[in-house]
Design a protein around this ligand. Structure first.
Ligand SMILES: [Fe+2]
Ligand SMILES: [Fe+2]
Length: 338
């Protein structure tokens, strides 16, 4: 049975590309995990149920959640999860199954309320954990506020779950405070030139995997190394290089780790032509105009090699964007030396 959070995250990313839908999935999953804690239930099952409850919505809005019920069975998920996903759609696309379990009731109570929290944050950009229950309740009672949100579904869910609306809103604020931490910061995307630098580091054996989620990435002079760590499940990464520290921009060491650890796959032979390119020196030579420095390096290559390499750099950049990486903990001061 697949109940792994990492695998569920991969499935979500495969079927849902919409940024809001991904965020909604994460909000619901985080709140579900919170309730699993209160009721002493299986946290992973509850999280995964929340994460995947709308997995077919983007592809099949008119049949949702019908197609996904079949997928879950194929993927080996439990009947419990399938029932919960079916019941959250009560009154929608012809579905009329009411929640019969705590898992299903919690999903129903949480789902639409996450929409209220989200809309409230658009209006009043404070962290979820700092929201006041009173303000949320007020908005919930205003039918003109986020009018598409089905209030009935929230009330029905709360009733089935056996909590009052006030308790539920208080719980949601506590649960979503955890999401604040996760969502607090996202990395700025690096320019494509960083992908070349990263590939050079990988193919010059400067990435030393300490564990599947940690690496030392040696500088081109090999006089110091940057430390990279990765949270595979939540797509959070940290590296103590200069771009990361000073610009909150993903630097080459993090990208090099992602390639070396197989999160982004690039063929070694494609990277070979830029092995041991002294990027730092060349960048300096061109007054840190990375675009010119990179063009200069690429100019010297065989045209076929160059083409594959450009293609790879574009793919790496797109993939980094797709991973939608957040900061893993606090930024760390870069090491001294060259
Ligand atoms: Fe849904
Ligand atoms: Fe939903």
């Amino acid at each position: 049975m697949i109940l792994n959070k990492g695998q569920a995250t991969a499935l979500l990313r495969e079927h849902v590309t919409d940024t809001y839908q991904r965020l909604h999935a994460q909000m619901v999953a985080t709140a579900m995990e919170g309730y699993a804690g209160i009721y002493n239930e299986d946290k992973d099952l509850w999280y995964v149920t929340g994460l995947l409850h709308d997995i077919d919505f983007q592809e099949y809005p008119d049949q949702h959640p019908g197609p996904s019920l079949g997928w879950f069975a194929d993927w080996g998920y439990s009947d419990d999860l399938i029932h919960a996903v079916e019941a959250h759609a009560y009154g929608y696309n012809g579905f009329d199954t009411l929640p019969e379990t705590k898992l299903a009731s919690a999903l129903m109570a949480i789902d639409e309320l996450c929409g209220i929290f989200y809309a409230y944050q658009k209006l009043n950009p404070i962290p979820y954990g700092e929201m006041k229950a009173k303000s949320i309740k007020k908005r919930l009672n205003e039918s003109k506020f986020a009018p598409k949100i089905e209030r009935e579904s929230i009330y029905r869910g709360v009733e089935h779950l056996g909590v009052t609306l006030d308790e539920h809103i208080d719980n949601m604020i506590t649960f979503l405070a955890r999401l604040d931490q996760i969502m607090e910061k996202k990395w700025q995307l690096p320019p494509i030139e960083k992908a070349y630098e990263a590939m050079t580091a990988v193919v010059s054996d400067r990435v030393e995997l300490v564990s599947p989620t940690e690496a030392k990435v040696w500088s081109s002079t090999r006089s110091k190394y940057y430390e990279v760590s990765y949270d595979t499940e939540n797509h959070l990464i940290m590296s103590n290089d200069n771009s990361a520290y000073w610009k909150v921009e993903l630097g080459y060491p993090a990208i090099a780790y992602l390639i070396a650890a197989g999160h982004i796959s690039v063929e070694t032979k494609v990277m070979k032509p830029i092995a041991n390119v002294p990027w730092k020196k060349i960048n300096k030579q061109y007054k840190n105009s990375y675009t010119i420095a990179t063009a200069k390096v690429l100019d010297d290559l065989d045209p076929a090699e160059r083409e594959f390499l450009i293609e790879a750099a574009e793919m790496v950049t797109a993939k980094v964007k797709e991973l939608d990486l957040g900061l893993l903990g606090k930024r760390k001061f870069p090491p001294k030396g060259n």
